[in-house]
Write a protein that binds this ligand. Structure first.
Ligand code: G3P
Ligand code: CA
Length: 396
């Protein structure tokens, strides 16, 4: 799921963080513009603090992130806030607020998926500000649950600006989340996003802004309405297919939801073909693909067709998958003039393929060596440590 930075001088986007590579005696980097790959703090320092809160974004900046990444959804009163899901039950303590018990919806349709919970479009910003954010991953620190508030996009812009000092520039990387769903609710995201970026003085190509979405129509609409920032097409899939080393495509992760509604039968996989990339180039500057589009993962199977438990922990999962030779996606995208920001890099052992031996830095290093232009990471410090190691290796 995301112009040639070199050609347009977009290196200004994260200028201080990016400056210096491609010269000074090191080997040429394989990124599109020859600059260091960006470290994009996915939902903030979400490995450490409840995601998409001001505290999580501030921590990511403290750790040295180049970009902070919010997912944008709408409140009932039309304010853009940072949450990964319209269902507030997933990332807040709304379920423990008796005053909102009667707002619970059962089997509410979000992009074709029936969900039960409390949905942001039923709450004003003032009401949402009474909720506490919670960690969405039970394996991550839980002690901060309920302590931090849901944050608005404006507060994120203000944070990035206030922390862009001394030559350092913090970029923001907003995603229009479920854009068709929001349009159907009468709460479209796009015009508000453009208005806020314009008011911030950031509606320009060299602004420290990347606007991303899984839905091409959302990105195309914003471009048609005068969005000038860098634009990124996200590319998803449903799951690994350990048998073939490919990916599986089941709803709602088979194709963008706007394609589903339009009856467009193409899959996300059609976006990574040369024709798909050429089409993306007509409205975007880069792609944000799920990682296995670049490094496929495949299992080993016994004579009975059962996947082998390579790490011997009694379970068969990603940790038993072997990395396969990389695809040509980075080269193909770069040839089309698109930068490549794969997602999402995480430290937990259960999220790492067998060949990384539980070492998340090994995964980052592989992707940096392949020439990615940035990485979405839940653990900014690990991404940066691996980038430092990579740059040393390249003679910087
Ligand atoms: O935005 C990049 C990547 O994180 C897309 O996945 O589901 O976290 O928005 P998601
Ligand atoms: Ca195992």
């Amino acid at each position: 799921m995301r112009i040639s930075l070199k050609a347009t001088g977009l290196v200004l986007a994260c200028a201080a963080a990016l400056a210096g590579c491609g010269g000074g005696g090191g080997k040429p980097l394989l990124t599109l513009d020859g600059a260091k790959p960006l470290v994009i703090a996915h939902r903030g320092a979400s490995g450490y603090l409840p995601e998409e809160t001001l505290e999580a974004y501030a921590k990511a900046i403290d750790l040295g992130a180049d970009c902070i990444e919010p997912d944008l959804i709408s409140t009932k009163d039309g304010v853009l806030i940072a949450r990964h899901d319209p269902n507030l039950a997933y990332s807040t303590d709304v379920a423990s607020h008796p005053e909102f018990a009667n707002r619970k919806r059962v089997d509410w349709n979000v992009d074709g998926e029936l969900q039960t919970g409390w949905f942001a479009h039923d709450f004003t910003l003032a009401e949402i500000k009474t909720l506490g954010a919670i960690a969405t991953d039970v394996e991550r620190p839980q002690q901060y649950n309920g302590q931090f508030k849901v944050v608005t996009f404006q507060e994120i812009i203000d944070l990035a600006k206030s922390r862009s000092v001394g030559g350092r520039v913090i970029s923001v990387y907003p995603e229009t989340k479920n854009p068709t769903y929001h349009r159907q609710l009468g709460l479209p995201l796009e015009d508000k996003l453009i208005a806020q970026l314009t008011a911030a003085g950031w509606n320009r190509k060299d602004a420290p802004v990347f606007v991303q979405s899984f839905e091409p129509s959302s990105l195309k609409y914003m471009k048609s309405k005068g969005l000038q920032t860098k634009i990124v097409q996200l590319i998803d899939a449903d799951d690994y297919d350990f048998k073939t080393g490919g990916l599986s495509y089941a709803p709602p992760y088979d194709r963008p939801y706007d394609w589903t509604l339009a009856g467009d039968k193409r899959l996300f996989s059609d976006m990574v073909t040369p024709a798909g990339l050429a089409e993306i180039k007509t409205y975007a500057d880069g792609i944000g693909p799920w990682k296995p589009y670049i490094v496929p993962i495949k299992g080993e199977f016994d004579a009975n067709g059962k996947m082998k438990d390579l790490n011997g922990d009694g379970k068969v999962d990603l940790q038993d998958g072997r990395t396969q030779p990389p695809t040509s996606l980075i080269a193909d995208a770069h040839k089309a003039g698109l930068f490549v920001h794969p997602y999402t890099f995480r430290n937990e052992k259960r999220r790492l393929a067998f060949d990384y031996a539980g070492n998340p830095q090994a995964e980052y290093l592989q992707f940096y060596r392949l020439g990615v232009d940035g990485v979405f990471s839940d653990f900014t410090d690990t991404a940066l440590a691996a980038r430092d190691a990579y740059l040393r290796e390249m003679g910087y």
